[in-house]
Ligand binder design. Structure first.
Ligand code: UD1
Ligand code: UDP
Length: 361
């Protein structure tokens, strides 16, 4: 089969690495990079470290408002699909690149497969929630990481083409964890000791686009009695500069550039706690057995909260401070996201789904 895979943003490079490896054993894959992320540290570093095949197309769309960015991707992806005429389009996660890929496929009556289908935060103010819902409704094959995701789809009437396969981020972590431990020197470079620092990442618009929320988060991190390593997403850096908060950074917060995946894995694995508003980082914290404090009011990864390893604190200064001091997971750890074979299962299922929901095509 000929499959066009669409990626564009940092977490999609990480998710596509194991899937691409499995797909190419049995299928022809054409890799399309929309260009949504383009800095070296947000894109190229992942292709190099994870040995992802070079994209066959880089659409170079770049940044923009949601409508302009998604619209430009839609037109450019359509052009690729008209040339390549694939049997299926594969999209990942919940970014504007995901929605553009699924929509371009649906408009051309090409079956679409969605990896990480069925996730819901039930918060339509998140751009990702809109992307998830629309992508799922435009997809023919829906690869769910959790039983909750399968149930969410059923609630919306989507039951055909739904497969519970586990999470491809487990596959990515299993493949790279030892490599990260051997190769990464990030703790030494930053100058922190295992177990004696916190890691923070922030990039959700609900936080970055609010000076009050960013001030509350940084103020709380500044109260921690240990180093906080803070790899800063370019979106966040832009806003911190605009708010004048970069210049006023508390001394214990170590502001660094976005990290490659191997450095990020080692940094997270040795942290005392992780504070984040990232979807992927919440999951990885759980997989690594590190307590997670989530700087959001809701999460699509509810299992991590129910298991007692993740706590939602929003951007409330006092709550963040008290959780940094007190949060201790109550429960034992058990696998929530599958057995690390999701990519292989996806590659096996894909041929069976070519015509699902697309009668006559
Ligand atoms: C996007 C996704 C989000 C995902 C995140 C992963 C959407 C709506 N959002 O958010 O779901 O969690 O990626 O990191 O698709 N920028 C750079 N260099 C880059 C990329 C971005 O400077 O390489 C800056 C630009 O100022 C840009 C801003 O970051 O305007 C936001 O980038 P964008 O891709 O629109 O959204 P993210 O916040 O990265
Ligand atoms: N990540 C990384 N370097 C960083 C921050 C995050 O490699 O500086 C990885 C992280 O380990 C996870 C993925 O990027 O695998 C999560 O992406 P992000 O937080 O950008 O997006 P989200 O998951 O929220 O969509």
């Amino acid at each position: 089969m000929k499959i066009v895979s669409i990626v564009g943003a940092r977490p999609q490079f990480i998710k596509c690495a194991p899937v691409s490896r499995e797909l190419r054993k049995e299928h022809e894959e054409i890799l399309v990079h929309t260009g949504q992320h383009y800095d070296h540290g947000m894109s190229e570093v992942f292709f190099e470290e994870l040995r992802i095949p070079r994209p066959d197309y880089n659409l170079g769309i770049g940044s923009g408002t949601h409508g302009r960015q998604t619209g430009a991707m839609l037109g450019a992806i359509e052009g690729v699909l008209e040339i390549e005429k694939p049997d299926m389009v594969l999209v990942y996660g919940d970014t504007n690149s995901t929605l553009a890929g699924a929509l371009a496929a649906a408009k051309l009556h090409i079956p679409a497969a969605h990896v990480e289908a069925g996730l819901r935060s039930f918060d339509r103010s998140m751009p990702e929630e809109v992307n998830r819902v629309l992508t799922d409704h435009a997809s023919d094959l829906l690869f769910c990481p959790t039983a909750t995701a399968v149930a969410n789809l059923a609630t919306e009437g989507i039951t055909k083409g739904v497969h519970l396969v586990g999470d491809v981020m487990v596959d990515a972590m299993n493949y790279n964890r030892t490599i990260a431990e051997e190769r990464s020197r990030i703790l030494e470079d930053v100058g922190v000791e295992p177990g004696d620092y916190l890691v923070a990442t922030v990039h959700r618009p609900s936080n970055t686009d609010s000076p009050e929320n960013m001030a509350a988060i940084l103020g709380a991190l500044g109260e921690a009695d240990r180093s906080v390593v803070f790899p800063v997403h370019p979106r966040t850096r832009k806003f911190l500069r605009e708010y004048g908060l970069l210049a006023e950074m508390p001394e214990n917060i170590r502001v660094i550039e976005p990290l490659g995946y191997l450095d990020m894995l080692r940094l997270m694995a040795q942290a005392e706690k992780i504070l984040t508003d990232s979807g992927g980082v919440q999951k990885e914290a759980y997989m690594l057995g590190v307590p997670c404090i989530t700087l959001r009011e809701n999460t699509e990864w509810v299992e991590t909260v129910e298991a007692g390893w993740n706590v939602l604190v929003g951007a409330e200064r006092e709550r963040i401070i008290s959780m940094i001091r007190e949060f201790a997971p109550a429960g034992d750890q058990f696998p929530l996201f599958g057995n690390g074979q999701a990519a292989a299962v996806i590659a096996k299922i894909i041929p069976s789904g070519v015509t699902i929901n697309c009668p006559g095509v």
